[in-house]
Design a protein around this ligand. Structure first.
Ligand SMILES: C[S@@+](CC[C@H](N)C(=O)[O-])C[C@H]1O[C@@H](n2cnc3c(N)ncnc32)[C@H](O)[C@@H]1O
Length: 270
């Protein structure tokens, strides 16, 4: 199957109209390869046939959105970043605010959010909240259940293993960490964002988006952060124009939103 540009346009327009999801904001090559695989998997011969199928069958669009991006994740993925988060980032945020509001954006099945919850439970007490959002419903159900497998557990530091309980082949998060967590559906490319976050983690998600979509998203993240709040990005996702977004690189891959005082200085200087 090799759809023509016009067929793609029609598919994208129908998707936007029916589900609110703007596929133009995803990198075209990567996305279109995925869609063709899905269409072939459904034994359809054209994009319009594929669209008719997924737009009419029960939960067809949910099925499609669940497959838009891979949802590979890991508890404590990139271990050194979690040490920096625990030893430097969270203590400095807690000097400003006693109760932290944290967002794992594009959380997949919740590994990142559960990793943060372990650190809070172990070192920083209660009263903090972590919100995890994703477009993938199946991944979110797993996140809500706190259900992990043996592979996920490989990176969990010894001191945090007690927060998971083995049930047959699965490892289930215990109430001590679940109490911090709340998961809900969210489309990073279309939603209005809540505000007042101390920390936003968005790792290994923007790799799917166009450069324009990425810029809009980072700008919205900055608006959603408190002054002095931190944006934690993935290990290949250095933000090129951090200055113009009023972000400074605190430690690699942790960007800090300027404080009110810095903003006043910038406003006066310009
Ligand atoms: C590779 S996973 C990243 C998981 C986790 N943040 C990590 O780094 O381990 C990418 C996630 O982005 C989600 N995603 C893709 N497009 C999205 C969108 N428009 N809004 C919200 N999430 C999206 C996918 O469903 C997938 O779960």
């Amino acid at each position: 199957m090799l759809p023509k540009p016009q067929e793609w346009n029609e598919f994208y327009a129908a998707m936007l109209k029916k589900s609110g999801l703007d596929l133009h904001q995803y990198k075209a090559n990567q996305l279109q390869r995925r869609i063709i695989q899905m269409a072939i998997g459904k034994k359809t011969n054209s994009l319009s046939e594929f669209w008719n199928m997924i737009s009419t069958e029960k939960d067809g669009l949910i099925w499609f959105q669940d497959r838009l991006a891979i949802n590979v994740s890991e508890l404590f993925r990139n271990p050194e970043k979690w040490v920096e988060l625990e030893k430097q980032i969270l203590p400095s945020l807690l000097e400003q605010n006693k109760r932290l509001k944290i967002w794992s954006a594009g959380c997949s099945y919740g590994a990142e959010a559960h990793s943060i919850a372990c650190i809070l439970a172990e070192k920083f007490g209660t009263g903090h909240q972590i919100i995890g959002t994703d477009i993938d419903q199946a991944a979110l159900s797993q996140a809500k259940a706190g259900n992990f497998n043996q592979n996920d557990m490989r990176g969990v530091p010894k001191e945090h293993q007690k927060y998971f309980e083995k049930q047959d082949a699965a490892w289930i998060a215990k109430p001590e960490i679940k109490k911090y967590l709340n998961f809900k559906t969210g489309n990073l490319l279309g939603d209005r964002f809540d505000t007042g976050y101390d920390l936003i983690c968005c790792r290994n998600v923007v790799i799917y988006f166009t450069d324009e979509a990425k810029q809009v998203l980072y700008d919205k993240f900055v608006k959603a952060l408190k002054p002095g709040g931190i944006l934690f990005v993935g290990g290949t996702e250095r933000i090129q124009n951090a200055d113009s977004l009023k972000l400074t690189s605190k430690i690699s891959f942790f960007y800090q939103k300027s404080t009110e005082r810095q903003q006043t200085t910038w406003r006066n200087a310009s």
